[in-house]
Write a protein that binds this ligand. Structure first.
Ligand code: NAG
Ligand code: NAG
Ligand code: NAG
Ligand code: NAG
Ligand code: NAG
Length: 710
C-alpha cells in the first residue's frame, strides 16, 4: 500500500504542480535556438520536462504555477577577459539581443535570469524593463557592449545586477530609484567616467576594472548597509573621503590601483566601531603619514606603492616626487579632449622648428580650425557596412575634427578614425601584457576591444626623428589610404608626440581590423578545412593576395614595398576572402628598409613562396625546401601532361583542376621564384597570369569536367 501511494504521488506531482505551459515551453525552445544550441541545452527535446530537470551547476529552471520563475544557463564560451588563444567566441552575426530579449521577456513571471558565458553580443535593449518581476539579472562573461539603458532604473524589483566581464561603456544610469537593489557587479567593463548614483540599501558594489575617472562622491556615507566596496583598477582621483572608513557595515574596501592623492586623516581608518576586515589602498598617490593603527591593525591592510613616509613601514613605497608628479597629472577633467591636441601640438612644434614653412602651416591650421568651428552640426558619414555603425559615438565625435576626405570610407570600408590615447588605453586595458599578441618588425601588436565591442589589433610604432615632424604628418596621411578588400585594413590611428628638444619622439598606434578567421597556412594544413580549398578556391585566394600586393605597390603613393609576405599572414575571412596582414607600415620606424626595387622584387619572391605552398599543399619552412619544390615543378612542367606534375601538386586537388590552368599557375610561380631578382615578374604580370589561369579553369568547369562538387 505504501508503494502504491508513493507511485501515485510521483505521478501526481509533475502534472498538477509543475507542468510548464505550452507557451512557455515554446519560448524555451526558441531560447535554445537563439543561443545556437549550446552544449548545456543540447539535451532538450519534446519529452523534456523542464520543471523537473536533474540538478546541474550549469542549468537550472524553477517553475511555479506552470510558469518559469528562474532560468539559469551557464555556457562555456570564452569571454572578453579570458584572453585565451581561442578566437572571439561570440554568437554568430545573426544573433540579435533585441529579438533575444523580446522572446525572453515573454516569460512574464521570471524572477531570476542568469545567462553566463553564452557568447551574447550586442547592446542591452531599452525594453529590458519589460521584465517587471525580475529580481536577479546576471549576464556576466558575455560580449555585451554599449551603454546600460536608462530603462533599467524602472525595474523596481531588482535586487542584483551582475554585468561583470562584458564590454559595457559609458556612464551607469542613475540607480537611486531601485529601492530593493542590494548588489551591483560591473567588474571588468569599460564603464565611466562618472561614479554611479546608487540607492542607500546597497550591500555590495563592485566596479573593479572599469574606466571611472571621477572622485568618490561624498554621499557614499549614507550607505549604511554597504558591506563590500571594490573600485580597484579604475582611475579615481581626489582624496579618499574619511567617512568611507566609518561606514557601519563595511568590511571589505578595495581602492587599490587608482589615482587617489593627498593624505589620510589620522584616526578615521581605525575607529573602534569599524567592522573593516580588509582595506586595500595600495598603488595610489597617497602621501603623508600612514595612520599608525593601519600599520598595527589586525585586519588585512594593504598600502604598498604609495608615497607614505617610510618610517617603520615594511611595505614598499615610491618617493614623494613620484606621487606629487603623477597626482598632478591625474587631476584633470575626466573628459579629456586629447584629439585635437595631438595634431595641434604637432603644428606648434612645427612653427618653432620650421620657420617659414611653419608660418605657412599655421595659416593652414587656422583655416582648418575656422572650418571646424563653422560647422556646428554633426556630420554623419556612416558608410553602409555594419562595422561603421558599430563605431562609438565618441569616435564619431572625434571624426568631426578630421578633414572630410579622411572620414569617408573607400570601397565600402568603415570610416577612418582618429583615436584618443584614452581609447587606445581602454581598448588594450592599459597595454596589459595578456593582450600583447606579438612583436612585429615594427613594434608590439596588441589585441584590443573598442568600446563598441569590435575587436581590433593595435600596432605601436615608436618614431624618433631629429628633423622636422611634418614628414610624419604626411606619412600619417598615407595610413588612411591603406584600406583594401584584400588587406587587413587600417581603421585609424592615434598619434602621441613627446617633445624632448631637439628631438621629437612620436608614438603612433595603428588600429587594424581584426579578422577572426584562420590563416591560409592553417587552412591548408588542417585536414578537414583543406577539403574546402579545391583548385578554384585556391585560385580565387591567390588572386586576392596578388590584388592586395598590387594595391600596396601601386595603389598608394609612394608605394609600399618590402612587406615581409608570409603565408601565416594571409588571413581568410568567413567567405574565404584573402586578406594580407603584417605588411609594412610606411613610417620611419627603427627597422631599415632595403632599396626600393629590391624590396619590390623581394615581395614577388615571397608571393612565389606562398603560391608554391598553395599548389603543393606542403608546409614550407626553409629556403632549401623552396628550391627543391621549385626544381620538381620545373622538371615536371617541361614533361608532357600529368604524371610527374601530378606527383608534386597537392593530392587533395586531384580532379578539381584543368591542366592548363594549373600549368599557368605553376609557370608564374616558378618565375616569381627566380634567383635573379630582375627576372621576377611585376605584380601586374602575376595578377594577369593568375586571372588567365582562373578563366581557363572556369570554362573547364562550366563545360562539365568537374567530378567534385564544391
Ligand atoms: C517536437 O514536436 C514538433 C511537433 O510536434 C516537431 O515538429 C519537432 O520536430 C519535434 N522536435 C523534436 C526534437 O522531437
Ligand atoms: C563546450 O564544451 C563542449 C563539451 O565539453 C565542447 O565540445 C565544446 O567545444 C566547448 N565549447 C567551447 C567554446 O569551449
Ligand atoms: C552570476 O554568475 C556568476 C558566474 O556564474 C556567478 O559567479 C555569480 O554568483 C552570479 N551572481 C548572481 C547574483 O547570480
Ligand atoms: C584589491 O583589488 C586588487 C585588484 O583588483 C586585487 O589584486 C587585490 O587582491 C585586492 N585586495 C584585497 C585585499 O582583496
Ligand atoms: C593633510 O593635509 C592637509 C592639507 O593638505 C593638512 O592640513 C593636514 O595637516 C594633513 N594631515 C596629516 C595627518 O598629514
Amino acid at each position: 500500500m505504501n508503494l502504491f501511494s508513493a507511485i501515485f504521488l510521483v505521478l501526481l506531482i509533475p502534472s498538477s504542480l509543475a507542468q510548464l505551459s505550452q507557451t512557455e515551453t515554446r519560448i524555451l525552445f526558441q531560447v535554445q535556438k537563439l543561443l545556437e544550441y549550446p552544449q548545456v541545452l543540447q539535451g532538450w527535446n519534446n519529452w523534456t520536462n523542464f520543471c523537473f530537470l536533474p540538478p546541474s551547476p550549469s542549468l537550472k529552471i524553477v517553475c511555479s504555477n506552470g510558469r518559469v520563475t528562474e532560468l539559469t544557463v551557464i555556457g562555456n564560451r570564452t569571454s572578453p577577459s579570458s584572453h585565451s588563444s581561442e578566437p572571439f567566441q561570440a554568437l554568430s552575426g545573426t544573433f540579435s539581443t533585441d529579438s533575444f530579449f523580446t522572446v525572453l521577456t515573454k516569460l512574464s513571471s521570471l524572477k531570476v535570469l542568469s545567462l553566463v558565458s553564452l557568447g551574447l553580443w550586442g547592446t542591452i535593449p531599452e525594453k529590458i524593463n519589460r521584465f517587471s518581476s525580475l529580481e536577479i539579472l546576471n549576464i556576466s562573461s558575455n560580449f555585451i557592449s554599449g551603454e546600460i539603458p536608462d530603462s533599467i532604473s524602472s525595474m523596481r524589483n531588482l535586487k542584483s545586477v551582475v554585468f561583470a566581464d562584458n564590454l559595457l561603456s559609458g556612464n551607469i544610469p542613475d540607480l537611486t530609484s531601485l529601492s530593493s537593489l542590494e548588489e551591483v557587479n560591473f567588474d571588468g567593463n569599460k564603464l565611466g567616467p562618472e561614479f554611479p548614483s546608487i540607492g542607500n540599501n546597497i550591500v555590495k558594489i563592485i566596479l573593479r576594472k572599469n574606466s571611472i575617472r571621477s572622485q568618490i562622491p561624498l554621499d557614499l556615507s549614507n550607505f549604511e548597509k554597504l558591506q563590500i566596496l571594490d573600485v580597484s583598477l579604475n582611475n579615481l582621483i581626489g582624496r579618499i573621503p574619511n567617512s568611507i572608513f566609518s561606514l557601519p557595515s563595511l568590511h571589505y574596501l578595495n581602492l587599490s590601483s587608482n589615482k587617489f592623492s593627498g593624505n589620510l586623516s589620522m584616526n578615521s581608518p581605525c575607529s573602534s566601531s569599524s567592522s573593516l576586515n580588509y582595506v586595500d589602498i595600495s598603488h595610489n598617490f597617497l602621501v603623508g603619514k600612514l595612520p599608525s593603527c593601519m600599520v598595527k591593525s589586525k585586519a588585512k591592510m594593504l598600502y604598498s606603492w604609495n608615497c607614505f613616509s617610510k618610517k617603520s613601514l615594511k611595505d614598499e613605497q615610491h618617493s614623494l616626487s613620484y606621487c606629487k608628479r603623477d597626482a598632478a597629472l591625474a587631476v584633470k577633467p575626466p573628459n579629456r579632449k586629447v584629439e585635437k591636441g595631438s595634431s595641434m601640438k604637432l603644428g606648434l612644434v612645427l612653427v618653432i622648428v620650421g620657420g617659414v614653412v611653419g608660418i605657412a602651416c599655421v595659416l593652414a591650421l587656422i583655416i582648418v580650425f575656422i572650418l571646424w568651428k563653422s560647422k556646428p552640426e554633426r556630420l554623419n558619414h556612416n558608410m553602409g557596412g555594419s562595422v561603421a555603425h558599430k563605431f562609438s559615438e565618441k569616435s564619431n565625435m572625434n571624426a568631426r575634427h578630421v578633414p572630410q576626405t579622411m572620414r569617408l570610407g573607400t570601397h565600402g570600408q568603415p570610416p577612418y578614425n582618429i583615436f584618443t590615447e584614452e581609447e587606445i588605453e581602454d581598448a588594450t586595458n592599459n597595454f596589459d601584457q595578456s593582450n600583447l599578441i606579438g612583436e612585429g618588425s615594427q613594434g608590439q601588436i596588441y589585441k584590443g576591444w573598442l568600446r563598441n565591442g569590435s575587436v581590433v589589433l593595435i600596432n605601436c610604432i615608436k618614431i624618433k626623428q631629429k628633423g622636422l615632424p611634418h614628414s610624419i604628418m604626411q606619412q600619417l596621411d598615407v595610413l588612411q589610404n591603406l584600406r583594401h578588400r584584400h588587406m587587413v585594413s587600417v581603421l585609424g590611428h592615434c598619434l602621441i608626440t613627446h617633445q624632448d628638444p631637439p628631438q621629437v619622439t612620436c608614438t603612433v598606434f595603428i588600429v587594424h581590423e581584426y579578422i577572426s578567421n584562420v590563416s591560409l597556412r592553417d587552412q591548408l594544413t588542417d585536414g578537414k578545412k583543406k577539403d574546402m580549398l579545391k583548385w578554384p578556391q585556391r585560385m580565387a585566394i591567390s588572386i586576392g593576395i596578388a590584388r592586395g600586393v598590387q594595391f600596396l605597390h601601386t595603389g598608394v603613393a609612394p608605394g609600399v614595398f618590402g612587406n615581409n609576405l608570409k603565408i601565416e599572414n594571409i588571413l581568410l575571412d568567413d567567405s574565404l576572402n584573402a586578406k594580407v596582414s603584417g605588411y609594412r607600415i610606411p613610417l620611419p620606424s627603427k627597422s631599415t628598409v632595403n632599396e626600393e626595387s629590391d624590396a619590390e622584387k623581394e615581395d614577388i619572391y615571397q608571393l612565389g613562396v606562398i603560391l608554391l605552398e598553395v599548389i603543393t599543399g606542403r608546409q614550407i619552412t626553409s629556403s632549401s625546401e623552396v628550391e627543391q619544390l621549385k626544381d620538381e615543378l620545373e622538371r615536371s612542367s617541361s614533361e608532357p601532361p600529368s604524371s610527374i606534375l601530378r606527383s608534386t601538386i597537392d593530392p587533395s586537388l586531384r580532379g578539381s583542376y584543368a591542366y592548363e590552368s594549373m600549368n599557368t599557375a605553376v609557370q608564374i610561380t616558378i618565375n616569381c621564384l627566380s634567383k635573379i631578382s630582375s627576372k621576377r615578374p611585376s605584380i601586374e604580370d602575376v595578377l594577369w597570369n593568375l586571372q588567365y589561369s582562373m578563366q581557363v579553369q572556369e570554362s573547364w568547369t562550366s563545360s562539365g569536367n568537374l567530378s567534385t562538387k564544391f
